[in-house]
Design a protein around this ligand. Sequence first.
Ligand code: ZN
Length: 235
Amino acid sequence: MRARLRERVRAEVPKFELPALDLEGLTDGIETDLDRNLAGARDRIESTFDARLSADQRALLDTLPERTTLYDAAGFDVAHAAYSKKLGVDRDPDAIAFVDGDRVHTSRDDAHTLTHEAIHLVADDDFTKFFGAAINEGVTEYLTARALEGDAAGRAELSSAFVARKAAYPDEVATIEGAIERGFVDRDLVERAFFTGDQVARAKLFVGLERAGVKMDGQVAKDPAMADVVRTLGR
Ligand SMILES: [Zn+2]
């Protein structure tokens, strides 16, 4: 029964696939801390979420430098406009970085931004589609803070980021932290649902967040029949 439900969830939540962007010719050439902070992002994600990461996810992290392009402001505008057009959405003028397929595009080279984007890079492909963009950002930034807390450079970055930029997605992070603090979901479940693509973990996270009163706008929440299947699997 469970296996059949799992198959159904898998069949009805298709892979999120778009053609790769052709951004050849947009170069970075900026003097930065990029390499050091990319190595830091890889190390802290690997050590914090060690048990969760597959060989493929580790390989992505190990090749982070070659997957990352740092742009100047004008270059990032062009890249992000192309990405927004590809998604068919209006460009968010406040965006500072994004992940497209297996590549990171960023206008900043600080440890916080790069750790956040590297976590997006190794997220399970269907997580956003399943839960919606707000939950994806909330969980990504929650995990980013967890990873940064693990080392001195990260902690310094985190406190300066909280003071200077008030962190990324504060409302979305508060939603996830609130659901954890009130016992509707736990860290372990959040990590499994986010990194491994385990359908049961994802269904349990959906049920837990729903019980916590969290609004979700992913494909599952928008489809009542699908939501029922997920609730059965997640109970
Ligand atoms: Zn993000």
